[in-house]
Design a protein around this ligand. Structure first.
Ligand code: ZN
Length: 457
């Protein structure tokens, strides 16, 4: 049995009672939390057991919290940051991303996933939902999974499905082959690697995935007990749905029988009252992407209304071509600031609510609340330690307030995924215990240069 003791940490459990232990311990056995509580309750542990001590210079404690769940990104865009900056969303697709996506290689997919995973760990994120497109070559998704797991993040690979529409003409495939590859991935990878990898289905949008493929993805998700995620209720999806079906995309998806607790809608910047009601009735989840919504000028999502209706909202970065990073700490801060500004009310949302959305909310979004999203007995040990001893965070008091408003990647000190220490004292160790981070970054930088050259941009 592998045992690790984390001691002298201020634990934010994010459990249902929001319990905190200002000077606490976490005992980890075989990847799960075997005990936690105040240091006064810490059992005596053999001296040869590995331990991490979070004591600060004045006896204060590093903050321990459940790793963030990034509910939406597109890993390949780690190689396309800044492409088409300043263009409206349609032009951003057609004049920028479309020129690039067909030129990606299988090795690009792996490198981009590695960079995404590195950026995730460094910003306190332990689970990534990769809305995985494009697939100009076979096995792009397999390669991305390998990249994520080499660095060591928990992986939800949502296989993008694009079988119609004008956007991305180089990466549209016939319906049968798209669905067949989804089935192959589900059979080969779903709940693989000790359940650190899960496969989801990701019909791209209402205008780039056919009704047949939408139905097939829903059926596959039911068959394999997994989920579906789709971009929805944005200005462009609403316009397209009106033209194609004479209604909103969410109403159309309800008619297809797709709405349910295993459906994760992304963006939802403009859901009307009817759509919000449908989401609440069917327990549909929402991935909120404030940085991307702002970057592309799409608008601010009415998440306060969604939360008041009892809808589960998680946070996501979106792909780094519309962000231009995958820093979950930045997303937490933007989530709070944009809503306060939108409502002209600083009390409309608080740090605890935002932190819950990024952790327990994200876990619920991906149907994984039984394993991750909070620090509780029996849950998997996806744990992040934040060191508040830096100029941007002293004088610290409430850890949630420090995390949401003050923290940057420099404060994220140690990260565990499934009990494995994948970053310690800001050194990335990766899944195998040693990883050459700079070698990955150098290869990715060159791959980005080469990709732009091949794409002619
Ligand atoms: Zn997206």
């Amino acid at each position: 049995m592998t045992t690790l003791l984390i001691q002298n940490v201020h634990i934010l459990t994010i459990d249902n009672e929001d319990r905190r232990y200002p000077q606490g311990f976490l005992l980890i056995e075989d990847g799960a939390i075997a005990a936690l509580g105040p240091m006064s309750d810490c059992p005596s542990i053999a001296s040869d057991v590995a331990r991490i001590d979070g004591s600060g210079p004045d006896g204060s404690c590093q903050f321990a919290f459940p790793g963030f769940v990034n509910t939406h990104t597109h890993s390949f865009q780690a190689l396309t940051r800044g492409v088409g900056e300043g263009l409206p969303v349609w032009e951003w697709f057609s004049q920028a991303l479309d020129l690039v996506v067909g030129h990606l290689t299988v090795e690009d997919a792996r490198l981009a996933a590695q960079v995404t995973a590195l950026e995730s760990l460094r910003s306190g994120c332990t689970t990534v939902v990769d809305y995985n497109y494009p697939h100009p070559q076979a096995n792009m998704a397999d390669s991305a999974i390998a990249g994520f797991r080499e660095v060591g993040v928990r992986t939800v690979l949502a296989r993008g499905i694009i079988d119609t529409g004008d956007v991305h003409p180089t990466i549209v495939h016939d319906t049968a082959s798209e669905i067949a590859d989804c089935r192959r991935l589900l059979e080969d990878y779903h709940r693989s690697d000790g359940d650190l990898v899960r496969i989801w289905l990701a019909p791209y949008t209402i205008f780039s995935t056919s009704t047949e493929a939408m139905r097939a993805s829903h059926a596959l998700a039911q068959e394999f007990g997994t989920g579906v995620t789709i971009h929805a209720a944005t200005p462009s999806t609403l316009e397209a749905a009106q033209a194609l079906f004479g209604t909103s995309d969410i109403v159309h998806e309800e008619a297809l029988g797709m709405l349910g607790p295993s459906l994760l809608l992304v963006h939802c910047t403009h859901p009307g009252q009817i759509e919000q009601q449908l989401l609440a009735e069917h327990f549909v989840k929402v991935s909120h992407n404030p940085a991307s919504n702002a970057y592309l000028g799409e608008g601010a999502s009415p998440i306060i209304d969604l939360l008041h209706r009892g809808i589960t909202v998680g946070l996501g970065t979106d792909g780094p071509a519309s962000n231009n990073n995958q820093d979950m700490l930045a997303v937490l801060k933007l989530t709070a600031l944009i809503q306060k500004m939108l409502h002209q009310d600083p009390a409309v949302i608080d740090a605890r609510t935002v932190l819950r959305m990024a952790t327990a909310g994200g876990a619920a979004c991906v149907g994984w609340s039984d394993g991750i999203g909070s620090l509780e007995l029996g849950k998997r040990a996806d744990i992040v330690l934040m060191d508040p001893w830096s100029a941007n965070t002293v004088a610290f008091d409430d850890p949630a307030v420090s995390l949401v408003y003050s923290a940057t990647q420099e404060n994220i000190r140690t990260v565990l995924v499934d009990g494995r220490v994948v970053m310690r004292d800001r050194v990335i160790l990766g899944n195998a215990g040693t990883l050459d981070e700079m070698a990955i970054l150098r290869r990715a930088q060159q791959a980005g240069v080469d990709l732009r050259a091949r794409s002619g941009i």
